[in-house]
Design a protein. Structure first.
Length: 252
């Protein structure tokens, strides 16, 4: 909840700080500090802070998560692969939310949604362990009806729809992908799930996604980090939140 959305009912922005850490790690320095970025993002209107602790630790490190957890005034959304190491780590840190995501060492960024249908047993066990520690679980999945039904079946209360295909498409192809996201939102609601979305969203394509009234939260990182080079970090966060809120209000 932020000053732009005092009731917390318009649309939430989760600011992903991964690529602040990417920039830090590129030179092996201690700056820019992703912890500072997270706290400033909160002040600028972020409703939660998202970070992905990858198995190869390519950006966010264990120490970042540990240091950040007690300092947040909003909430942490920790993205993690469905591995015992990551689930155990999350259970020690106890963030408000854990979003289970697919992960491949060779990918530059997450290329698609988690296959809950194929890995039903493993995902269900992870969900159960995390929920046993009082952590709300989200599954990062494609806008596919069978995957959404499987997400509900394993007991996850939240899904985050992968918007990468929409973000990468143009023209009629993008219109088709947008409809696919809308269908995914509808299926999620029909299955009693809270629906979030994210991946590839930026300042000129977020509007159509933000306008979907049932989407509760968008998680955005790379575009905000990139824009902050020119606009400043806090301004970049404020601009994204303002676009999302104004779009949602205009769509009502």
């Amino acid at each position: 909840m932020s000053f732009l959305s005092p009731s917390g009912t318009i649309i939430d922005l989760g600011v992903n700080i991964d690529h602040v850490a990417t920039l830090r790690n590129a030179r092996g320095t201690v700056y820019p500090d992703p912890i500072r970025a997270a706290l400033l993002a909160e002040q600028a209107g972020a409703d939660c802070i998202t970070l992905h602790l990858r198995e190869d630790r390519r950006h966010i490190k264990d120490a970042d998560v540990i240091a950040l957890a007690p300092q947040l005034v909003t909430r942490m959304n920790l993205e993690a692969a469905v591995t015992q190491e990551m689930i155990d780590f999350a259970c020690r840190i106890k963030p408000a939310d854990v979003c289970l995501v697919p992960e491949k060492r060779t990918e530059i960024t997450t290329e698609g949604g988690l296959d809950v249908v194929r890995f039903h047993k493993e995902v269900e066990a992870a969900v159960k362990q995390l929920q046993g520690e009082g952590i709300r679980v989200s599954l990062f999945i494609d806008a596919d009806e069978e995957q959404i039904k499987a997400a509900a079946a394993v007991g996850a209360p939240v899904i985050e729809l992968h918007t990468g295909a929409y973000a990468d498409a143009e023209g009629e192809a993008q219109a088709r992908e947008l409809q696919r996201v809308r269908d995914g939102v509808r299926w999620g609601v029909q299955n009693g799930l809270k629906v979030n979305a994210g991946h590839g969203l930026h300042y000129t394509n977020v509007q159509a996604i933000a306008a979907i009234p049932e989407i509760a939260e968008l998680n955005i990182g790379h575009a905000i980090v990139a824009h902050s080079i020119f606009a400043g970090w806090e301004n970049a966060v404020r601009e994204m939140k303002a676009i999302m809120v104004s779009t949602r209000l205009g769509a009502k």
